[in-house]
Design a protein around this ligand. Structure first.
Ligand code: ADP
Length: 551
């Protein structure tokens, strides 16, 4: 069946007219050009798309409507050599000077080998291209924004992303918990207008109770977003509170505006205003939906940056507090050391005097006092050690010594401090090792005194050594209260004391194991433990003779 057979032959309208009606009402743009490129015909869809009247398009050379001359030359020469074009992406100039992205499909009509005209079909894909571009932009911006930690940095980056590629003027107003709106960031593509924009914001602060629809205050209150595609002189006239404001607004030449609230968990944290100051760039629905998405991401970025800064500040505050604590410990321990030393000296002198006078009661009391002074001295020595560790001033006096002798001596000394426990030694024969004898002795003392302190009901404590190839190992095992699993990672930390309520009666400052671990680490060794709450603990260290470490 021929196409003409489809036409309504019963009517008075000719086939020619019916064909023309068909072309005129086609939803795609259609144009025909001759071999010189002169436009012979274009349908309504094409004229509407580009904004021309018939007389402004018909008879013109198609070359005038292409931005890229080499492109149209190549299209025309392909058509002349009877090649077809399928969905070729190109851009056509509109009457207002802007360009439309189109998909062009084209072929040529030849009669007896002569090119008569082209048949060109154009489909407007400007919106599609714009959506694609905005989506790409949104994705790229999101990746960039996700790495932002600092609010100032994030705001600068956001402004760079928006101005001028998306909006000419961009403002973020923040709504703070005091109920007032604060200017967080403003960016303007034009430096001179930027000054006026700033002046405008200063002279016209945001009124959160502003009843006017479309005002920033209104958006903050109602949580509604607004797109004003076309800012007309009437809108400016009606919107301005006074002559001064109107003049300033006119100077800023706003042509289109979008006002969008930033929400975090449903709570308004501010409002972002996007403005175009170019009459050729009016925001449309596509821009509006992009701006809403982008605003969500900006709100999240700012919230993340705020949380990050809060945590950072918290950490900095803690570091500062730790520094102050360290300073206090350093001063206090140094100040305490001298009076306690003389207290000890006087106690001993008095004790000798009373002993010589055979005043047993007084000398017995002084012996007890001496014990307490010794306890006090040990606490001060621990504090001084912490100060030395902090300042990196803990010095080691390395010498050769018999490890098992040191263990035995320390154990005997500690046995004298307890009547309830029996310290059982299980020592393997050892070679002499090199290290700081006193400091390693301090670690063994700490292990044994903890074992005694934290196993009040138990009878035995096992002290075992092992030696192998310049390496020594010592473990102290008790059958006491143990340490709960969730606290294991804290045990060697400064000031750690178990949080179990039942343990609050045990005296201590939580420094012994911290100092011990520093001593062992400085000997290049390992310190570790196993413990089960209610069953007991096994504390061990291993060190290699310093000679062997250095070899
Ligand atoms: P202190 O005993 O002076 O508090 P330490 O640094 O020596 O300080 O020990 C830190 C904490 O580790 C102790 O407060 C205690 O809670 C726990 N702890 C250490 N040794 C043992 C042990 N043998 N049994 C149970 N808990 C222990």
């Amino acid at each position: 069946m021929a196409i003409a057979d489809l036409f309504d032959t019963g009517s008075n309208v000719t086939e020619h007219e019916q064909l023309e009606d068909f072309l005129e009402n086609a939803s795609v743009g259609i144009h025909l050009v001759n071999k010189e490129g002169i436009i012979l015909y274009a349908n309504k869809a094409e004229l509407d798309m580009l904004g021309y009247r018939k007389e402004e398009y018909f008879g013109k050379n198609i070359r005038e409507f292409y931005g890229q001359q080499d492109e149209i030359e190549s299209i025309l020469s392909s058509l002349l050599s009877s090649e077809k074009l399928d969905n070729h992406q190109t851009r056509l100039r509109c009457k207002d000077g802007s360009f439309k992205d189109v998909l062009l499909s084209s072929n040529a009509y030849f009669r007896e080998g002569t090119f008569i005209h082209s048949r060109c079909f154009t489909r407007d894909i400007t919106q599609l291209k714009k959506s694609e571009k905005l989506l790409k932009f949104l994705n790229e911006a999101s990746v960039q924004l996700s790495t932002m930690h600092d609010t100032g940095e994030a705001l600068d980056e956001i402004t760079k992303l928006i101005v001028p590629s998306f909006a000419d003027w961009f403002v973020i107003n923040e709504l703070r918990s005091d109920g007032f709106a604060y200017l967080l960031k403003m960016g303007h593509a034009n430096p001179e207008k930027a000054k006026w924009a700033q002046e405008y914001r200063t002279t016209h602060p945001i009124d959160i109770n502003d009843p006017k629809e479309g005002s920033v205050g209104w958006a903050m209150r109602t949580r509604q977003a607004l797109l004003v595609r076309d800012i007309t002189p009437e809108i400016i006239q009606n919107g301005a509170k006074d002559k001064e404001q109107r003049e300033l607004l006119e100077k800023l030449t706003i042509s289109s505006v979008m006002i969008i609230p930033m929400l975090i968990k449903g709570v308004v944290t501010g409002v972002i205003s996007f403005m175009s100051c170019n009459p050729k760039n009016k925001f449309d629905d596509e821009d509006f939906s992009f701006a809403k998405d982008f605003t969500n991401r900006i709100a999240l970025t700012l919230e993340n940056a705020r949380l990050y800064e809060e945590v950072k500040k918290d950490i900095e505050d803690r570091i500062e507090a730790d520094k102050k604590k360290d300073e206090f410990i350093s001063i206090a321990s140094h100040e305490l050391k001298t009076p306690v030393t003389s207290l000890k000296a006087y106690t001993q002198i008095l004790q000798t005097i009373f002993e010589n006078e055979h005043n047993e009661k007084a000398s017995g009391m002084l012996a007890k006092m001496d014990k307490q002074v010794n306890k006090l001295t040990r606490l001060i020595v621990d504090l001084l050690d912490v100060t030395k560790i902090n300042k990196g001033e803990m010095v080691f006096d390395v010498q050769e010594f018999n490890f098992n002798d040191l263990v035995t001596e320390t154990a005997e000394e500690m046995q004298r401090t307890t009547q309830n426990h029996t310290l059982i030694l299980k020592l393997e024969p050892c070679e002499k090792i090199k290290g700081d004898r006193n400091r390693i002795g301090q670690v063994i003392t700490n292990f044994i005194s903890n074992a005694i302190k934290y196993s009040p009901e138990a009878k035995e404590i096992i002290i075992a050594s092992g030696c192998n190839n310049h390496k020594v190992k010592l473990c102290v095992q008790d059958f006491g209260i143990g340490i709960a699993g969730h606290e294991h990672s804290q045990v060697f930390k400064r000031f750690f004391r178990t949080s179990a309520k039942s343990h609050h009666t045990f005296p201590g400052m939580g420094l012994g194991l911290y100092i011990s671990s520093e001593i062992i680490k400085r000997h290049g060794g390992n310190i570790y433990f196993e413990s089960t709450e209610g069953k007991g603990s096994l504390f061990c260290f291993e060190i290699t003779s310093i000679d062997a470490v250095n070899d």
